[in-house]
Structures are given as structure tokens and as C-alpha cells.
Design a protein around this ligand. Structure first.
Ligand code: GDP
Length: 295
């Protein structure tokens, strides 16, 4: 579906080699290829432009014109620059309070409930935490039920109050319960809508203020491309979240949304979701995502 960027670069430079010395114009042509490939991978236009500008500077600085293997050097520069733009290193969750509170945010269908279960499962099995899941998506009874199913499948208890619509009350009661029963991480699943709306934003902003989470995570479907970037911006303007969870990377998306989101909201991507199963969660590694975008 997408043309492989590494191969494109290889091809452009092969053509160049046939013509003798590589020139600045050749490099510019190649960078156009890079830009096109980034756009194909769903990278936002402005991000792609500023990215290729900085690659150009690096390429000139590293004397790509006289390098023995210019195409390999270009691929490396592009790769490293991509990884750098996405934060360079993996960023962990900071869970310091007892109990630590993790608040999920994002649109309906982005994968919040699934990710809440995955995170609980990971914290329990890999970090020996004792998590409690909390159902604060109070508008759809099916959502509360879904969290119970997820909780049961990973062996993590779920706190819910099916007749209460006051999410601040539910969350505070859950935190009290966590303290009483020694749960050390409270993961709060919230309601999303199909599009950003004022009521939803007010609710989650109020909830955030009330519970003062250690981590507010924004969950977004990687397949939604440019929309993902706009939604990320709206949620960040309102919530000033701590990190992004990019779900559905098991699909055929190149993952360009990762680069755009990271650049537009300057918040780290902390996790990726790679399937519907509870084990399909990975810590986000910028260099691996750079590989994926390059193809
Ligand atoms: P919520 O409305 O934000 O709570 O979203 P859900 O957790 O209910 O997820 C919506 C749909 O996406 C469900 O069918 C999930 O199974 C699916 N889903 C969630 N995460 C992933 C993922 O990483 N990969 C795939 N393929 N599907 C996912």
C-alpha cells in the first residue's frame, strides 16, 4: 500500500550515482520523496515540511554529498531524526501516590476500556502492582459492563456504581475503597463521545481537577490519521494530559500519527496498543516507530 521509504531513498540515490557527483539539487529531490512518503504515512503537512528542512540541514552538515554511501547515510539521518522528534527514549509512567491514579481520556471507540484492562494487567503481572479499575463511563450501561468483563478477564477488580451519574463521587468513593483495601493503582475509565463536545470535556476536566491524577492519558486510534492530531490538540488544550496511548497499531497504518501528535502537542507517547487481546500492549519506543514509518 505505502511505498517503502527506505527503498525510495535507495532508488533516488542509485539514479544519482549513475550521474556522477551528487548535488544539492539531487538531495532536494530526495527530500521531496521523503516528504511524500511522510504524507503517505499520515504525517501532518507542516510537520513533514519542518522535518525535511531539518533533515536537509543535518545532511549538509554531515557532508552527505561526499559520503561513500549517501543513500545509507540519508536513511540513517532520516531514521534518527524521526526517533528524536518522537522523544528519543521511551517514557515511563510516574506512579508515586498511594494509591496512584491514572485517568483515561479520549473519544468513544478509541480503545480506552480495552487499554484500561491492558494497563491493569501489565501493572499487575510485570510490576506486581495491585490495581483497581473504576467505571466512570456512566452514560452507557454497556460500557460499565464491558469494563467488568475486561476486569474479570485479567483478574482485576472493578469499582462501579451503576445508579450514580456523578463521576466525581464515583471516583472519590473508588479512591477511598482503594485506600481501605490497599489497591495501589486506581485506573479510571471515562466516557468518550464520537466527537469532541463541550459537555464531555467539562466532565473530564472537572474529574481531573477533583482526583488530581498522577497520569492523565489520552487514548487515540492510530488509524484515524489527521483527525487523531486534531483531537489530541483539543484534549491537550483542555486537559494538559501527561501522555498519549496510540491504539490499533496492529492495523495497516504506518503510524505517522505518532510523529504528528508528538510534534503538535509535545507530550510523550507512552504506550501503543497492538490488538484486542489484553496482552497486546507495548511501551512506546521512538526508534521502533521510526523503523515502522520508514517501512
Ligand atoms: P472506548 O470506547 O474508548 O472504551 O473503546 P474500546 O476499548 O471499547 O475499544 C473499541 C474497539 O476497539 C473494541 O472493539 C476494541 O476491541 C478495539 N480495540 C481497542 N484497542 C485495540 C487495538 O490496539 N487493536 C485493535 N485491533 N483493536 C483494538
Amino acid at each position: 500500500m505505502f511505498e517503502n521509504l527506505s527503498e525510495r531513498l535507495e532508488r533516488s540515490f542509485k539514479i544519482l550515482k549513475g550521474e556522477g557527483k551528487i548535488t544539492e539539487i539531487n538531495v532536494a529531490e530526495t527530500l521531496k520523496d521523503v516528504r511524500r512518503a511522510l504524507l503517505d504515512a499520515d504525517v501532518n503537512y507542516k510537520v513533514a515540511k519542518s522535518f525535511t528542512d531539518s533533515v536537509k540541514q543535518k545532511a549538509m552538515g554531515m557532508n552527505v554529498l561526499t559520503a561513500v554511501k549517501p543513500s545509507q547515510l540519508m536513511v540513517k539521518i532520516v531514521h534518527d531524526e524521526l526517533a528524536e522528534l518522537m522523544g528519543g527514549k521511551a517514557v515511563e509512567l510516574t506512579l508515586e501516590n498511594r494509591p496512584a491514579i491514572v485517568l483515561m481520556s479520549g473519544l468513544q471507540g478509541s480503545g480506552k476500556t480495552t487499554f484500561s484492562g491492558k494497563l491493569a494487567n501489565m501493572l499487575k503481572n510485570k510490576q506486581h502492582k495491585n490495581p483497581l479499575l473504576v467505571a466512570c463511563d456512566v452514560y452507557r450501561p454497556a460500557a460499565i459492563q464491558q469494563l467488568h468483563v475486561v476486569g474479570e478477564s485479567v483478574g482485576v477488580p472493578v469499582y462501579s456504581e451503576p445508579d450514580n451519574k456523578n463521576v466525581v463521587e464515583i471516583a472519590n468513593n473508588a479512591i477511598r475503597e482503594a485506600k481501605a483495601k490497599n489497591y495501589n493503582v486506581v485506573i479510571i475509565d471515562t466516557a468518550g463521545r464520537l466527537a469532541v463536545d463541550e459537555e464531555m470535556m467539562n466532565e473530564i476536566a472537572t474529574l481531573k481537577e477533583a482526583v488530581n491524577p498522577d497520569e492523565t492519558l489520552f487514548v487515540v486510534d492510530a488509524m484515524t490519521g489527521q483527525d487523531a492530531v486534531n483531537t489530541a490538540k483539543e484534549f491537550n488544550d483542555r486537559l494538559d494530559f501527561d501522555g498519549v496511548v496510540l491504539t490499533k497499531l496492529d492495523g495497516d497504518t504506518r503510524g505517522g500519527a505518532a510523529l504528528s501528535i508528538r510534534t503538535v502537542v509535545t507530550k510523550p507517547i507512552k504506550f501503543v496498543g497492538t490488538g484486542e487481546k489484553m496482552e497486546a500492549i507495548d511501551v512506546f519506543h521512538p526508534d521502533r516507530m521510526a523503523d515502522r514509518i520508514l517501512g
